[in-house]
Write a protein that binds this ligand. Structure first.
Ligand code: SAH
Length: 394
């Protein structure tokens, strides 16, 4: 194994079991490890710290597999991690929930490896050189641990470029069924694993859609960034009087309509708009329309720390407009999936928006990702999804 020695003092984060080694922490590399090859990380004074996957093109130069010097990194090791992750999700799958995240990267001890299950299909994403190097073992282990008919690969995220890896999509094992249906909370969603966003669906919002469903009865709802209708279907199933759903993807809206229809919900309660939310909220404000509940679930506005200021302005903008469109006593469910925007900062942004909107409002609930998206305690970076349920004073 190639030996990688850290700068003096830079072993601290590894001693706290943080799974990343940044390029700036490295003092010396013995030989020239290949992308994804397992290296041994040592402190400046020669103590073994961890075995890790080498990522020569990335600022995160090595991602830890194990802190145990005796642990061999081989097929059996990778399969064991996959099996443990899949087994931990068993309680989250039942007759009314046929999908969940099976492997959540660093927090499941498999840096850069994502796997989502939709019925009998697993969708896999490899975002790290280490995941790429062990691709065959990961695919076999997913098939074995789940008994699923197919593994489809969606390794087409932009982060692959940071690891110097081209994108790859397609069948990795088995055959895709003609239709992939996910049951979430007993509701049916068609999943497009080939052309949908990310792996096809945003499973991280599962418990939050459930909470919205529980408070939707009788409300006029505005679902901004609705994608394939996750919150829209949940709100309608919960008895919402009407939903206006907005997204800038025509494909997503087509699927959202299908999802409403296939749950036996009358389409007359929905209105769909293919539009930019920023512009559309202004139009709605000028038209003096208002709502009893608004969901804001935008895409990641801050992909890296550099984008935080711009992202904060964008979050404030939509939250300010939403708070203006909310009727007295109305609910705002507002989310941020930007890792760089902390829960604390997000709350400050929403508070600033309320102040500028002249809205008297209070937080009555907090949202996070569902239990199938664990956050390893030593890896706070994994805590990306946060949200607030805000009630406007009556
Ligand atoms: N709430 C959804 C997931 C939202 S993902 C669910 O529960 O499944 C974010 C969505 O925002 C994507 O569908 C994307 O097409 C859409 N989007 C991104 N920028 C947008 C914009 N400026 N205006 C409208 N929609 C946008």
């Amino acid at each position: 194994m190639h030996r990688v020695t850290l700068q003096p003092g830079r072993e601290k984060s590894l001693r706290q079991k943080h799974p990343w080694v940044f390029s700036g922490a490295i003092a010396a590399v013995e030989g020239a490890p290949a992308a994804g090859e397992t290296v041994a990380i040592y402190s400046a004074d020669g103590a073994f710290l961890a075995s890790a996957a080498w990522s020569p093109a990335s600022a995160i130069r090595a991602r830890i597999w194990s802190f145990d010097a005796r642990q061999a990194i081989d097929d059996a090791f990778i399969a064991g991690r996959v099996r443990a992750a899949v087994a931990a999700r068993a309680p989250m799958l039942d007759a009314t929930h046929t999908g969940c995240r099976l492997v959540h990267a660093e927090s499941d001890g498999l840096p850069g490896v994502i796997a989502d299950r939709y019925g009998e299909v697993v969708v896999m994403q490899l975002h790290s050189a280490g995941g790429e190097a062990w691709r065959g073992s990961i695919v076999s282990a997913l098939v074995e641990a789940t008994g699923c008919a197919a593994v489809y690969e969606r390794s087409d995220a932009e982060v692959r470029a940071l690891e110097g890896m081209p994108s790859r999509t397609g069948i990795a094992a088995g055959v895709l069924p003609a239709r992939i249906i996910l049951l979430e909370d007993g509701l049916r969603y068609d999943i497009d694993v080939i052309a949908g966003q990310k792996t096809g669906f945003f499973l991280d919002q599962r418990q939050n859609r459930h909470r919205i469903r529980a408070v939707a009865a009788g409300r006029d709802v505005l679902d901004c960034f609705c994608y394939t209708g996750g919150f829209t279907v949940a709100a309608l199933a919960g008895g919402a009087r009407s939903v206006l759903a907005i997204d800038s993807s025509a494909d997503a809206l087509t699927r959202a309509r299908q999802n409403v229809a296939q749950n036996g919900i009358d389409d007359a309660r929905c209105e769909w708009r293919d539009a930019d939310v920023f512009a559309e909220l202004r139009k709605i404000r000028d038209g003096a329309k208002s709502f009893d509940m608004i969901v804001l679930d935008p895409p990641k506005f801050a992909p890296t720390a550099r984008h935080i200021d711009k992202a904060a302005r964008a979050y404030k903008d939509i939250n300010l407009l939403a708070l203006k469109l909310l009727r007295p006593g109305g609910l705002l469910a507002t989310f941020s999936c930007s890792g760089g925007v902390t829960a604390d900062l997000f709350q400050k942004i929403v508070a600033g928006a309320a102040l500028d909107a002249g809205a008297d409002a209070a937080i009555i609930g907090r949202f996070s990702a569902s239990a199938d998206h664990p956050v390893a305690l030593e890896f706070p970076e994994g805590d990306y999804l946060k949200g607030l349920l805000v009630r406007k004073k009556a």
